[in-house]
Design a protein around this ligand. Sequence first.
Ligand SMILES: [Cu+2]
Length: 356
Amino acid sequence: MSALPRVLPRLLPPAAVALLSGCNTVVLSPQGDVAAQQGQLIVIATALMLLVIVPVIALTFLFAWRYRASNRKATYAPDWDHSTQLELVIWAVPLLIIIALGAVTWISTHLLDPHRPLERIAPGRPVPEGVQPLEVQVVSLDWKWLFVYPEYGVASLNQMAAPVDRPIRFRLTSSTTMNAFYVPALAGMVYTMPAMETTLHAVMNAPGTYKGFSSHYSGEGFSHMRFDFIALDDAGFAQWIETARAGGATLDRAGYLALEAPSAREPARLYASVAPDLFDAVVNRCVDTDRLCMDQMMAYDAMGGLGLEGIDVLAMPRRGRLDAGPFVSAGVCTVEEARALVPPSRPVIAGGLQAP
Ligand SMILES: [Cu+2]
């Protein structure tokens, strides 16, 4: 007899430790209220489905054992083919489960819609009167995460902080390829896409440092696209903002364009100031002021283009130079504004596209 069957039981405990230590149950016991509700949904849905799966598997083994060929005491009924009671059970139980699953899914899909502002910060704790969500603008770059805090005028790379129990409103986009923003302890993952903006509302209920990462493959440096989500009390968060301000680093448009170049394993860093409207420029793909912003392009398109006169509006004498200001001769965000431009004889002013 081989030694393997005897050794196997002794190998099992260390194997279990090795396998289970990788099992972090953060998804089922997270510190953020939104993730907690999503975790409960997973448990409820799984339990509802197990109501069918467990009896079916148990009965399969029971039937195989009880009606084996050698068991002469079991009823032998080869011509049996119908039972109304059985049919009722077989149809009614799954139907009830699907109705329950459908109701639970419908309600929670709307309650946990990432676009929906939070109504509570924890079970039985509604958002306090007058508390505004903290806005955090997230940009996924190749291969790092940029966080902008418009309320404080600071930004951070590969690290974000947030006060405990204050709702956070994320606005997310991507510089190039698609990524998925995921802090398992906070909320479910949300995609970031270039030229598009997605939203996520969430709240963290306990201080600590949590893992955040991209859960969607995005290229070579993807596996190092990680950041710390630091949840702090109000004083700690104010301190974090002060630390960022004291650092003195600035993130202007040129700095952002340099940051956009692919790189991996970037150390976390803080910025004391950020170019105004940087996030909107990223979404509209015009951080480089030599490029036409997408919202402006759409405004032109909406009125069927500017015709021959429009060529002057779109003239680009300064390609490649950031300090030369926008090449679009005015802020054009609406059809009326675009119409007013023809003939384009107005002075050059930077509207939605502020020159650095
Ligand atoms: Cu996908």
